[in-house]
Write a protein that binds this ligand. Structure first.
Ligand code: MTE
Ligand code: MO
Length: 321
C-alpha cells in the first residue's frame, strides 16, 4: 500500500475553507486508492446503517476546523490505524486493525443515565442529527510514551450532557465500552474487568476540550480507533480516551476506571499527562512521536496547560496522578 503524507496545515486555529476542502478531497482520493485492504472499518459499507448515513451527510457538509496541536504535522493515517491500543480486539498493537471487522457497530445506541433529569437511550443517528460536528486537531499521548497528532471529528461532550440536565448531585461521569465477548476476542480473556470503563470528574467532562469523536481525517471512525463513538481527552493519557462507548452515567460517587481496578499502583484516577510524574515502569519525561525518529520532550498536560491547568489548582499531582 502506498504511503502518503498530509500537507502540513498552517498554525492558525481555523483552517481557511478552501484549504480544508482541498485536504478532504485529497484524503478521499487517498482513501479510495489505497486504504481498502488496510482499513476495513473505514470505507462506507454497502447498505450503510442509519447512523452511517447520518454521519456521511454531516461529513459531506462543511465542518469548522480547529487546530489545537500547534503547527505540528498530522501523523500518517496508516500509522494511526495500524498501531492501536484496543484490548477488546487483542493486546498487540497490530491486533485492532487485524480484528477490526469483529466490532459490530450496527445498530448502535448510547445510554445516558444516573444523575440526570432526562435519562435516555438514543440511537446514534439521533445523537448525530442534533449535535454540531467539528474537526479538531489534537495530540493523543499514550502512557507508553508515544504520541500522535490526529484530526478528530466530533462534538464537545458537554453539549450532550447539558441536554440531559445533570442534577446537582452529579460529580463524576462514568463511560462504558461495548461488551460483546462472542465477537471481541479480548473479552474472552481476563485482561481487564470488562466492559472497559473510564471516568472523569464533572468539570473535566464539561471542559470544552473534551470531545466525543465520531470520525477522523474527514471520514467516519475506523473500528480499530473506537467506532462509532469514542472519547478524546487531549490532556490525559490515551487510556482515558475510551473507545466504542455505549453507556454514560453521571454519578455522585467516584467510579473506578478499569485500569485503576486492574493496577492501582500504576494507574491513578486522573491520568494527566505530566512529564514530572513517572509511570512506575518508565519515565514520562519524553515521548516518541509515531512516524518520527528520536524523542520529544513531553509537555505538561500534553501542551494544553493554558486551557486546563486551573482544573487542578491546589491539587498535589504527585499524589493525584
Ligand atoms: N474500549 C477501549 N478503549 C480504549 C482502549 C482499550 O483498550 N479499550 N485503549 C486506550 C489506550 S491505552 C489508548 S493509548 C487509546 C488509543 O487510541 P487509538 O488506538 O485510537 O490511538 O485508546 C484508549 N481507549
Ligand atoms: Mo495508552
Amino acid at each position: 500500500m502506498a504511503r502518503y503524507r498530509y500537507p502540513a496545515l498552517p498554525a492558525s486555529e481555523v483552517t481557511p475553507k478552501a484549504l480544508f476542502e482541498a485536504r478532504r478531497r485529497f484524503l478521499r482520493r487517498g482513501v479510495a486508492l489505497g486504504a481498502a485492504a488496510a482499513a476495513p472499518g473505514l470505507l462506507w459499507p454497502q447498505g450503510a446503517s442509519a447512523w452511517q448515513e447520518a454521519l456521511k451527510s454531516e461529513l459531506d457538509g462543511e465542518l469548522p476546523t480547529r487546530r489545537m496541536a500547534g503547527g505540528e504535522a498530522l501523523t500518517d493515517y496508516e500509522d494511526v490505524t495500524t498501531y492501536n491500543n484496543f484490548y477488546e480486539l487483542g493486546t498487540r498493537k497490530s491486533d485492532p486493525e487485524v480484528f477490526a471487522h469483529k466490532l459490530v457497530t450496527d445498530p448502535w445506541s448510547l445510554t445516558i443515565e444516573g444523575e440526570v433529569e432526562k435519562p435516555g437511550t438514543l440511537a446514534l443517528e439521533d445523537v448525530l442529527s442534533r449535535e454540531a460536528l467539528e474537526e479538531r486537531i489534537y495530540r493523543l499521548r499514550c502512557v507508553e510514551a508515544w504520541s500522535m497528532v490526529i484530526p478528530w471529528i466530533g462534538f464537545p461532550l458537554r453539549d450532550l450532557l447539558q441536554r440531559h440536565d445533570p442534577t446537582s448531585r452529579a460529580k463524576y461521569v462514568l463511560f462504558e465500552s461495548i461488551l460483546d465477548p462472542d465477537n471481541l476476542r479480548g473479552q474472552r480473556r481476563s485482561i481487564l474487568d470488562w466492559p472497559y470503563r473510564e471516568a472523569l470528574r464533572m468539570d473535566e467532562a464539561m471542559h470544552p476540550l473534551t470531545l466525543l469523536a465520531v470520525g477522523m481525517y474527514g471520514e467516519m471512525m475506523p473500528n480499530q480507533n473506537g467506532a462509532p463513538i469514542r472519547l478524546v481527552v487531549p490532556w490525559k493519557y490515551g487510556f482515558k480516551s475510551i473507545k466504542s462507548v455505549v453507556r454514560i452515567a453521571l454519578t455522585e460517587e467516584r467510579p473506578t476506571p478499569s485500569w485503576v481496578a486492574q493496577n492501582p499502583e500504576e494507574y491513578g484516577f486522573y491520568a494527566n499527562v505530566n512529564p514530572e510524574v513517572d509511570h512506575p515502569r518508565w519515565s514520562q519525561a519524553r515521548e516518541r512521536r509515531i512516524g518520527e525518529r528520536g524523542y520529544r520532550e513531553t509537555l505538561m498536560f500534553n501542551g494544553y496547560g493554558d486551557e486546563v491547568a486551573e482544573l487542578y489548582a491546589g491539587m498535589d499531582l504527585n499524589r493525584h496522578y
